[in-house]
Design a protein around this ligand. Structure first.
Ligand code: AMP
Ligand code: GLY
Length: 420
């Protein structure tokens, strides 16, 4: 069978590479993808993620069995609805189901209605009312743009002034355009953050290993928020009882609630959680795989991923098999300056062989098609599996020390909280 993955980052590289491992899969296309993916035998398709009708034509002409949708903006634009209307199968939620991600206010309404634990909140489009709420609640407090904002629409304010300023930028200065025309202001939750991913179709769900991302740009969780600078899975110090509690109090009621709302959920449900003194609570839902979490979760899957997704699409029970041993850890290499302005065009080190995987994100061949150059904020990621977090760190950081990373940077402490 032939498959199509939509998106262009490290997440899509990991999805496509895992699909291609299946003996049933002849070819995996990625639209638009990035040049680094071709080193793994993936085929790029020069069509943008918003060109739904061109993508649909491509799928029909090339006899693609189904498509896997990577990014949130494609889901929010209703790509799955358009594919389905054209009689094509796509793995990802409909626009209405993906609202769990593209409107934080909608996600909150669902959580309140179905009793899912989350921070207390208020939603505002009027600045004076937002300010009054902040003054009534006090700091610390969290201000969030309602819509999609490339992971940058959340301000964890330590003081009331910071919170009021964040609300002002979103509501009065239009910092995030329409995405910030409403804000969700919520209680600050204290505790350890982790991510729980599930494959879902209706009330069917299959939990993946837990993961922990590192969102800040620099060591010691300093610097601006990014898309994610490195991650590992599973989180060794999370007891199974916390995972079970998260499934029972969060995953199950949300999926059942979405059916009752007439918005059955198909795809990946990504729960961003904080383990508080009162148990796990939701800080956000995403309607897709995480980046960089996918790159450290999927290498742990030992079953036939293409068959697993075909089965979930057909509402059959997939035989998902995960590695039980060791930890998978990955470090993102980014362009100097990311997440703000950065330079492009730096020559990249050779792709690694053996037990360290290189996943590419912002990577592009030079004009002769010979040398791979940096072409984005996050450029590539090295991933390995070892017995312990510490052993995995050593392997990755030894490899990075051998690479010429001029013009690029990476965090030196991915996984350090867990290895202590
Ligand atoms: P998000 O974009 O929703 O993932 O939020 C970005 C980051 O803000 C999260 O990874 C958390 O570290 C932090 N955050 C979001 N909501 C809260 C909250 N209610 N309490 C504490 N931290 C939060
Ligand atoms: N790694 C965070 C995200 O994908 O949203």
């Amino acid at each position: 069978m032939k498959l199509l993955v939509i998106g262009s980052g490290g997440r899509e590289h990991a999805i496509a590479k895992k699909l291609l491992e299946s003996s049933q899969v002849e070819q995996v296309f990625v639209a638009p993808g990035n040049d680094g993916m071709t080193l793994d035998g993936l085929k790029l398709v020069n069509i943008g993620i918003s060109e739904h009708s061109a993508l649909i034509d491509f799928v029909k002409e090339n006899d693609i069995a189904w498509s896997f949708i990577g990014p949130d903006d494609a889901l929010a634009a209703g790509i799955v609805d358009d594919f389905n209307a054209a009689g094509l199968k796509a793995f990802g939620p409909s626009k209405l189901a993906a609202e769990l991600e593209w409107s934080k206010d909608f996600a909150k309404e669902i959580m309140v209605k179905y009793g899912v634990p989350t921070a207390a909140y208020g939603t505002f489009s009027d600045f004076d009312q937002a300010k009054a709420y902040i003054e009534e609640q006090g700091a610390p407090i969290v201000v969030k743009a309602d819509g999609l904002a490339l992971g940058k629409g959340v301000v964890v304010a330590e003081t009331m002034d910071q919170a009021v300023e964040a609300a002002r930028e979103m509501l009065l200065d239009n910092k995030f355009g329409n995405s910030g025309a409403r804000v969700v202001i919520e209680e600050f939750l204290d505790g350890e953050e982790f991510s729980l991913f599930a494959f879902a179709n209706g009330d069917q769900y299959y939990i993946m290993p837990t993961a922990q991302d590192h969102k800040r740009a620099y060591d010691g969780d300093k610097g601006p928020n990014t898309g994610g600078m490195g991650a590992y899975a599973p989180v060794p110090h999370l007891p199974q009882s916390v995972i079970d509690q998260s499934v029972d109090s969060i995953v199950k009621p949300v999926l059942e609630g979405m059916i009752k709302e007439g918005r059955p959920y198909l795809g990946i449900l990504y729960c961003g959680l904080i383990l508080t003194a009162d148990g796990p609570k939701v800080i956000e839902f995403n309607a897709r795989f995480g980046d960089p979490e996918t790159q450290i979760i999927l290498p742990r899957l030992t079953s036939d991923f293409a068959q697993n997704i075909s089965d979930i699409l057909d509402k059959k029970t997939p035989s998902l098999v995960w590695r039980e041993d060791g930890v998978t850890l990955g470090v993102v290499v980014a362009s100097n300056g990311y997440p703000l302005d950065y330079e492009k065009g730096v020559p990249l080190p050779e792709k690694t062989e053996g037990d360290i995987i290189t996943y590419y994100a912002g990577a592009k061949f030079d004009e002769n098609g010979q040398v791979l150059l940096s072409n984005g904020g996050r450029v590539y990621m090295l991933v390995t599996t070892a017995d312990t977090v510490q052993a995995a760190q050593e392997k990755i950081y030894d490899q990075l020390a051998k690479q010429d990373t001029q013009g690029l940077f990476y965090r030196k402490d991915i996984g350090s909280k867990a290895s202590r």
